[in-house]
Design a protein. Structure first.
Length: 361
C-alpha cells in the first residue's frame, strides 16, 4: 500500500490546510523536475519498505493537486516506483486540469495503470465554488466527467463539501441531484471544518464567516444519507458512499490499520503495528521523523478508525478495550449496535460519532 504526496496547487482553496505549494508559472517546470528527482531518491532509499508493503497492492496519489504535475514527471515517478500491477491505483484530479489537459492526459493516466480517479467537485453551485476559491465551476466539473468517461475511466469518485452556513437545503439537494446525475461509482462528502491557518479560519476571526449551527449540518448530512441510499449507494464509512463493490480499497485499509508507505513531503507511513513516521513539509528536501505508539495510542486509534466504518469493530475487542458501563449505556440507548460478532455506530448516529467515540475513550 503506497501513498504518494504531490504538494502542488495552482491556488489555495479557502478551507484547506493540506500541505501544498503554489509555484509561480515560470518556476513550475523546474520545481516539478526537482520534486520528481527527490521522489525518485526517496523511493530508492525506501525500496525494502515498499517491497514489504506489497501485501495490499494499492497506489494512491494525493495532494495538493496531482493533476498539476506534468504527465512526464508523474510517469517518471510511477515507473521508478515500479511496484505494480496494482489492485487499485487512484489519482486525485482537479476538474479544471482535466478540461485544460484534455483526453490525451486522461489516456496517459490510464496507460500508466491508473484505475480510479478521485475528483474534487465540492459543490455544483457556482456561488459556493467561488466562495470556496475553487478554480472550476459546475459546468467545468460536468465537462471533466464527460472527458474522463469518454477516455475510458470506469471507476470515478467525486468529493463534496457540506456544512457551509450559506448552503440552503434546496441548494444542497440540487448539488446532490446534479452530482448523482454524473453517475459516479463512489462519493465522499466531508463536513466543512475550520482548519487553523486556512483562509477560512481568518474569515472566522475577522467575522466575515460564521460557522453553520450543528442542526443545519445535521440536516444536510441526513439529506445526504437519504439521497445516497435512494440512489443505491452503500454508506460504508462516515464520509464515504459506494455502489456495491466500488468501496475504496486503499482508504478502507487505512481504517483497518494495515501497513502503508507514504512518499513525498508531508506523507505519513505506518508499519501496521506501532511504528508511525512522517515526512516534513518541505519541498526543498523532506526529513523523516518516527514515533512508537503506546498501547493507549493503539487502542484509541483502533477505536476511532474502526467505529468510523459500517463494519465497526469486533465485539470481543471492544469489550476487552472499553470500560463496561459506558459501552453498555451506548448499546442500550442505540448509539452503538451489535450485528453478529461486531459492534458499530448505526448510520443514524454517524453524525455524532465523535461524541460516541469520546465516551469510549
Ligand atoms: S483543497 Fe486541494 S486544490 Fe484546494 S488548496 Fe487544498 S490541496 Fe489544493
Amino acid at each position: 500500500m503506497i501513498y504518494l504526496h504531490v504538494p502542488f496547487c495552482k491556488s489555495f482553496c479557502a478551507y484547506c490546510d493540506f500541505y501544498s505549494e503554489v509555484c509561480p508559472a515560470n518556476e513550475s517546470e523546474r520545481a516539478q523536475k526537482l520534486f520528481a528527482d527527490r521522489m525518485c531518491r526517496e523511493i530508492d532509499g525506501r525500496r525494502d519498505e515498499i517491497e514489504a508493503s506489497r501485501g495490499l497492492r494499492t497506489l494512491y496519489i494525493g495532494g495538493g493537486t496531482p493533476s498539476v504535475l506534468n504527465i512526464g514527471e508523474l510517469q517518471r515517478i510511477v515507473r521508478h516506483l515500479d511496484a505494480g500491477p496494482y489492485e487499485e491505483f487512484t489519482i486525485e484530479v482537479n476538474p479544471e486540469d482535466i478540461v485544460l489537459r484534455g483526453p490525451a492526459y486522461v489516456e496517459a493516466l490510464l496507460e500508466l495503470g491508473v484505475s480510479r480517479i478521485s475528483m474534487g467537485v465540492q459543490s455544483m453551485d457556482d456561488g459556493v465554488l467561488r466562495w470556496m476559491r475553487r478554480r472550476h465551476d459546475s459546468a467545468r466539473a460536468t465537462e471533466a466527467v464527460r472527458i474522463l468517461r469518454e477516455a475510458g475511466v470506469r471507476n470515478l469518485s467525486l468529493d463534496l463539501i457540506f456544512g457551509l452556513s450559506q448552503l440552503s437545503p434546496a441548494h444542497w439537494r440540487s448539488t446532490l441531484d446534479q452530482v448523482l446525475a454524473l453517475c459516479p461509482e463512489h462519493l465522499s462528502a466531508y463536513q466543512l471544518s475550520i482548519e487553523p491557518g486556512s483562509a477560512l479560519a481568518e474569515m472566522v476571526r475577522q467575522g466575515t464567516y460564521v460557522e453553520a449551527p450543528d442542526e443545519q449540518c445535521r440536516g444536510q448530512y441526513e439529506a445526504l444519507c437519504e439521497r445516497m441510499e435512494a440512489a443505491g449507494f452503500r454508506h460504508y464509512e462516515i464520509s464515504n458512499f459506494a455502489l456495491p463493490g466500488r468501496e475504496a480499497v486503499h482508504n478502507s485499509a487505512y481504517w483497518r490499520r494495515l501497513p502503508y508507505v507514504g512518499l513525498g513531503p508531508g506523507a505519513h507511513s505506518f508499519d501496521g503495528k506501532r511504528q508511525r513516521s512522517w515526512n516534513s513539509e518541505a519541498l526543498s528536501g523532506w526529513q523523516r521523523s518516527t514515533e512508537t505508539l503506546t498501547d493507549e495510542a493503539v487502542r484509541l486509534e483502533t477505536l476511532m478508525l474502526g467505529l468510523r466504518t459500517a463494519e465497526g469493530l469486533p465485539a470481543a475487542w471492544l469489550r476487552a478495550h472499553s470500560e463496561t458501563r459506558p459501552l453498555q449505556a451506548l448499546l442500550a440507548e442505540g448509539s452503538l449496535c451489535q450485528v453478529q460478532d461486531r459492534i458499530r455506530i448505526p448510520e443514524d448516529h454517524f453524525f455524532v460519532s465523535d461524541d460516541i467515540i469520546r465516551t469510549l475513550s
